[in-house]
Design a protein around this ligand. Sequence first.
Ligand SMILES: Nc1ncnc2c1ncn2[C@@H]1O[C@H](COP(=O)(O)OP(=O)(O)OP(=O)(O)O)[C@@H](O)[C@H]1O
Length: 407
Amino acid sequence: MAGVRFEALSKTYPGRRGSEPVPVIRELDLSIEDGEFLVLVGPSGCGKSTLLRLLAGLESPTAGEIVIGERPVSQVRPGRRDVAMVFQSYALYPHLSVRDNLSFGLRRSRHRSLPQLLQDQLSQLSRGLPAFLRVRSPREELIEQRVHTVAQALELEPLLDRLPKELSGGQKQRVALGRAMARKPAVFLMDEPLSNLDAKLRNSTRTRIVDLQRELGTTTVYVTHDQVEAMTMGHRIAVLNQGRLQQLGTPMELYRWPSNLFVAQFIGSPPMTMLPVVIGPGATLLLGSKRLSVEGPLATALPVLEGQTLTAGLRPEGWRVAPATNRNLPASVLHCEVLGNEQLISCRLHDGDHLVQVRTEPDLTVKPDDVLHLDAEPSGWRLFDASGEAIAWQDPVTAGPTLPELN
Ligand SMILES: Nc1ncnc2c1ncn2[C@@H]1O[C@H](COP(=O)(O)OP(=O)(O)OP(=O)(O)O)[C@@H](O)[C@H]1O
């Protein structure tokens, strides 16, 4: 097993017929620990699949290096990189049984002497014969053993003799996972492997992947668009935008302390509400006629910022529906969604006409056009400057606030 390092990695596709070249990955530096489960997220077209393809060797970098373990691999052919990729489309061989799909990568292994090759051929040819006539090379035995272990782990044993067309989507995806696992690669690459599955199957396969990764300890890079997968599966999340790394951290670090506006709005569903505020005296934010208090690490940064206009963000659970006072914010309800265990209310603040998403308990009865009075959790505020960088976001290493740079 091995960690992975991207060192100043860039990939630019040549433009078509005289059009501009397309930079897709831009000077990316990122280290993935040995045994880590890293989730890669970002908007469509930000370069996630390209990064996986670069790591797998299906694309060559324009500049920079990729290191697997301690080995630079930019010049190494895909088959020699010891990585296995699982795609959204499963990519099973339609004419091969589940058993043969699982063992396909193992049979293709190249380092064999001529006698081994002959022994393996003989072993393959005799597969259809009655057991007492069959010749089994040691390698063939090993392959059978691996297929058996993987089939057991993924509950594929009853399906081993079926063809892919005789499987459900979830079963096909388990075969695709099994094929990657059977090879015991140094690194697993997974490109939205669950996106073709229905919600229930997605949940069960998600936990199965997490358990398997923990058991095998194989370094894994997992691309997804799904917020739940991003928050629950990985040790860390890397957020990409336009080929640049925006933030790397544990799911809760990114959720609680996004390092910029992009991450704040990309991580979390529904996203943070963003409001233009002026920093007032005594750790307060001025929004229209209202004064909102701030507590926590951010409050210590506010005195030096007094008078500045910044963007303030609050997560949906940072708002609370409260009895009317002259301190809280009146808002008109636009619509509500009851999701069983919670309710999401979209409303429009009377101060400044801003849209706000509020997460409440499901039993609160509200309807469109009702007026609610909202309190903001003082420690829930996050602040961003004009360039979109977070102010005083908590440094996860020191767990202390990073104070803003003063001009
Ligand atoms: N072979 C290619 N030639 C030119 N441009 C390409 C090529 N492959 C990808 N691109 C472009 O590179 C950008 C990144 O593509 P990539 O598939 O890596 O994005 P992604 O983040 O995986 O997107 P999605 O989430 O939609 O799958 C896109 O703008 C895409 O059009």
